[in-house]
Design a protein around this ligand. Structure first.
Ligand code: 4NP
Length: 157
């Protein structure tokens, strides 16, 4: 099993959106028995909350399920559970480094690192920008490329 954890700050806007989109792609490619998906926030303000209304409305519009998603905080032992820890921005990467130090066996990267020539390296936080459409465009492109990367890396084609 390949385990992917998406990370943002609050785990109510960007990373649950990524979790829902990625799970949907994994399902469409018949890979749920090979790839497991989760998300978490580096902060604890919204632990136990459903995704933000802006994220829910984008996912509703795209017919992507977010059933059962509740915010949780990233924990030190997530490094023992996941193969890919995928952050939304540089601040998340810094915060992850404070939760647990580097471990060479795990890929810790930003979602946009998987997109060739991305227009931005960091996914702007829609909690502050209010632009959930743009978030969706970036997260969706990132998830497609991440899945292609994982498929080729792990011979899942
Ligand atoms: P997210 O957005 O990291 O994409 O879930 C945020 C949600 C809440 C807060 C910050 C960012 N907050 O400060 O409460």
């Amino acid at each position: 099993m390949i385990r992917v954890l998406f990370v943002c700050l609050g785990n109510i806007c960007r990373s649950p959106m990524a979790e829902a989109i990625f799970r949907d792609l994994v399902k469409k490619e018949n890979l749920p028995d090979k790839i497991e998906v989760d998300s978490g926030g580096t902060g604890d303000w919204h632990v136990g909350s459903v995704p933000h209304e802006g994220t829910r409305s984008m996912l509703d519009q795209e017919n992507i399920s977010y059933e059962g998603l509740l915010a949780r905080q990233v924990e030190e032992n997530d490094w023992d559970e996941f193969d890919y820890i995928i952050a939304m921005d540089e601040q998340n990467i810094q915060n992850l480094g404070n939760i647990r130090k580097e471990d060479d066996s795990i890929v810790v990267a930003k979602l946009m690192d998987f997109v060739e020539n991305p227009e931005v390296a960091d996914i702007p936080d829609p909690y502050f920008t209010g632009n959930f459409d743009y978030t969706y465009q970036l997260v969706s492109a990132g998830c497609t490329h991440l899945l292609n990367h994982i498929k080729s890396k792990h011979d899942l084609n």
